[in-house]
Design a protein around this ligand. Sequence first.
Ligand code: RTP
Ligand code: MG
Length: 138
Amino acid sequence: MSERTLVLVKPDGVERGLVGEVISRIERKGLKLVALEMRQVDQQLAEQHYAEHDGKPFFGSLLEFIMSGPVVAAVVEGPKAVAAFRQLAGGTDPVEKAEAGSLRGDYGLEVQYNLVHGSDSAESAERELKLWFPDLSA
Ligand code: RTP
Ligand code: MG
């Protein structure tokens, strides 16, 4: 059965010209792009997207960072799409957690500048897709 996940190329990935690399890996994995859009994130979307991190010490800098430049948002579909993209992304910390061969493992150094976002569960994906792509029917 197919599912959908929200993928973001964060401002660092866009700034560094890694959009094509991210999209390419998604496609090579066999996942399908359902929607793709460049967006400037405003305060309201940033707060809603990262609501689970409200109150954590890095919350302020996380919001500031995600609003610091355009992001590329994608709806990605396929069997186990949520887990499949998390595998492509690698662990949150690009050095301590992500393995070489993953996007973060190959291209990142610092936890804040970890290039991509991927929904972390089917429930998160549903919530985030409604937030980012309200007009897209399931
Ligand atoms: P994401 O939501 O961006 O896909 O990343 P994730 O699931 O792997 O990590 P999560 O725990 O949801 O954290 C969201 C983002 O917050 C930043 N972060 N900074 N300074 C810190 O200790 C710290 N911890 C997390 C990262 O940019 C992470 O992607
Ligand atoms: Mg997360």
